[in-house]
Design a protein around this ligand. Sequence first.
Ligand code: ZN
Ligand code: ZN
Length: 266
Amino acid sequence: MSLPADYHTHTPLCRHATGEPAELAAQAVRIGLSELGFSDHNPMPRDDFDDWRMRLSDLDLYVSKVEQARREYPGLCFKLALEVDYLPGHEDWIRDLAERHPWDYFIGSVHYVSPSWAIDNPVQLSEWKTRDPLEVWTAYFERLTMAAESKLFDIIGHADLCKKFGFYPTEDCTALFTRFLEAARRSDVAIELNTAGLRKDCKEIYPSPAIVKLAALLGVPITFGSDAHAPGELGLNLGEAVQLARNAGYTHCARFTRRRREIVEF
Ligand SMILES: [Zn+2]
Ligand SMILES: [Zn+2]
């Protein structure tokens, strides 16, 4: 089975990943990927927003490194993208970023459920212990639904990132998932099957089989991503993600070029 496109990867410019675009491209060729999307963490208007994304002054360098790698590996299909944090109030900034380069797609991700708490940041793990998981999951999925409705993104990233450290509500969250997926369907935005969850405490692909099944029923398109933060993570477990998608009933996934979507068999 050939691997699907890996649409979620990072570079050292975000300050917590290794592997320059050319090294990732070399690895892509080695493992037999035919399509590689770069989706590093977007810059914010102020570089002191946090310390795990590229600085604004590095945005052009990021694009030129991807373009340089593209020239070095003409046999590989490259996509130029960003993983963009969705925060309410940042919409104009995201539109501004969209204008700056010929992006193939934007992955919209929710990491922050408040201006200061990124729920997946290990440095802020203690915050979880002061919260009711249902309250956090509800806030997270409300933001994710807003991200889907914003029309700013082509793909929604790691749709149940809130499970990362294993803090699960005891309550049934199907209504939260359904509301988000219906918004994705209405706004014609895809979700990604992201294998990084397998490398975290939750030990499960994002999103869960239950969410993937609901997404298939509703007809929400999908993409695949390893969320690689090092060359050795590129394409990791994408075969399992493909199996998860097939089990839910998917036979096709989405590709993006200059923010236009096509649906292809995988
Ligand atoms: Zn990251
Ligand atoms: Zn992310």
